[in-house]
Design a protein around this ligand. Structure first.
Ligand SMILES: *Cc1c(COP(=O)(O)O)cnc(C)c1O
Length: 368
């Protein structure tokens, strides 16, 4: 046994599913898959131990895991994940969008959570092999995609509090339809008062399950307040707008400029966020990464200086924000519906992702 943790397994084993879903049954499941409920036949899996490094890489039949009840992830939540999509191109090929950015972010999350680095090549190979194996699960429908969920968790059987000495890295794939049918309706958001998502020095910029666990009560409160989503303010001053539970936020002003909160350690560095910034700057538009206060948001919406706001992330791409609700009352952005600029950004990004528009930044990685 080698003890070099940086070693990469020489081969991925391929263990095809003995009884994959039949083509007609699969077609039925893909008619209206929704989000995150329809899963493909296979999954990728790589084990890690301090002694052996990354080993036992395989694509295998998707199946439940057997976990010892003392597996440390179940107690101390040492877990990180990614979210990305494989698209079907107009010519029938498949493509990923900026997968290297997901691989890099995965390792930044791993470092924050005291987990081992996964060589980027292994991350990418896992994702690409799974997509190649299960490519028939990409829906043909408009807006359909294969949502990929790479994740890693602590699998050592030990109740002591320390970084685990063993991990499991996996990728599962879910056929998804358009997040919103018939374009994106504007959503309403609740400004969380008591609960914050991330504090300076905390795990806000890591994509870890624990951040989501901590956001669920605030999200439930938003629903109780009649809103669709929650927006979090900074933990120190409860003043600066940070992001939604799982999406970054942008503001569009009447002079044509845009702004988004800066990456200051408490905000998740979204790849959609970065793509929108890059596209806007390439067009010579004025985009600021600067703190924006909730009171300013309200007064700018009321004065008309702020004309649009939207949230962004891989799952829903770009989602217009129509109403913002807090105990101080409710304010409407623009006419409360999807703004023209928001829709144009969404259309531009989706066209690049699906190979329907030029890709000047080399973001689309064609697989076949
Ligand atoms: C994943 C995520 C985002 C969006 O990131 P993308 O790379 O654009 O999908 C934003 N905020 C949080 C908290 C996230 O977990």
């Amino acid at each position: 046994m080698s003890s070099d943790p940086q070693q990469t397994p020489a081969t991925f084993r391929f263990e095809p599913h003995a009884a994959p879903v039949a083509a007609n049954e699969r077609a039925q499941r893909l008619v209206d898959p929704g989000f995150g409920r329809v899963f493909t036949d296979h999954m990728a899996m790589i084990r890690y131990s301090d002694a052996e490094g990354w080993h036992n890489a395989r694509i295998t039949a998707r199946a439940p895991l057997t976990l010892d009840p003392a597996s440390s992830v179940l107690h101390y939540a040492q877990e990180i994940f990614e979210g990305m999509k494989a698209y079907r191109l107009a010519d029938g090929g498949t493509a990923l969008f900026r997968p290297e950015a997901n691989a890099r972010r995965f390792n930044r999350s791993a470092q924050r959570m005291a987990m081992p680095d996964l060589p980027e090549a292994l991350f990418l190979e896992s994702v690409e092999r799974l997509v190649a194996t299960d490519r028939d699960w990409i829906p043909e429908s408009d807006g359909g995609a294969l949502y990929l969920r790479p994740f890693m968790f602590a699998s050592e059987v030990f109740l002591g509090v320390k970084p685990s000495s063993e991990y499991l890295f996996m990728v599962i794939a879910s056929s998804v339809g358009a997040y919103f049918k018939g374009g994106s309706p504007a959503v309403s958001i609740w400004v969380s008062q008591h609960f914050t998502r991330a504090a300076p020095g905390g795990t806000g910029e890591a994509k870890c399950g624990g951040n989501y666990a901590a956001s669920l009560l605030a999200q439930s409160e938003a629903i109780r307040q009649g809103c669709d989503q929650v927006v979090f303010l900074d933990a120190a001053e409860r003043r600066w707008v940070e992001e939604l539970g799982g999406m970054n936020v942008f503001f569009v002003f009447d002079d044509g400029s845009m702004a988004t909160p800066p990456l200051n350690g408490t905000i998740l560095p979204g790849i959609t966020r970065d793509s929108i910034l890059t596209l806007a700057r390439a067009e010579g538009l004025m985009v600021r990464e600067e703190p924006y206060a909730i009171d300013q948001w309200r007064s700018d919406a009321q004065s008309g200086r702020l004309v649009e706001a939207f949230a962004c992330g891989t799952a829903a791409v770009v989602t217009p924000i129509g109403q913002v609700v807090s105990p101080e009352g409710r304010f409407t952005i623009g006419d409360g519906g999807p703004g023209a600029r928001t829709q144009a950004i969404r259309t531009q990004l989706v066209a690049i992702q699906r190979g329907q528009a030029p890709d000047p930044h080399g973001w689309v990685k064609r697989l076949d």
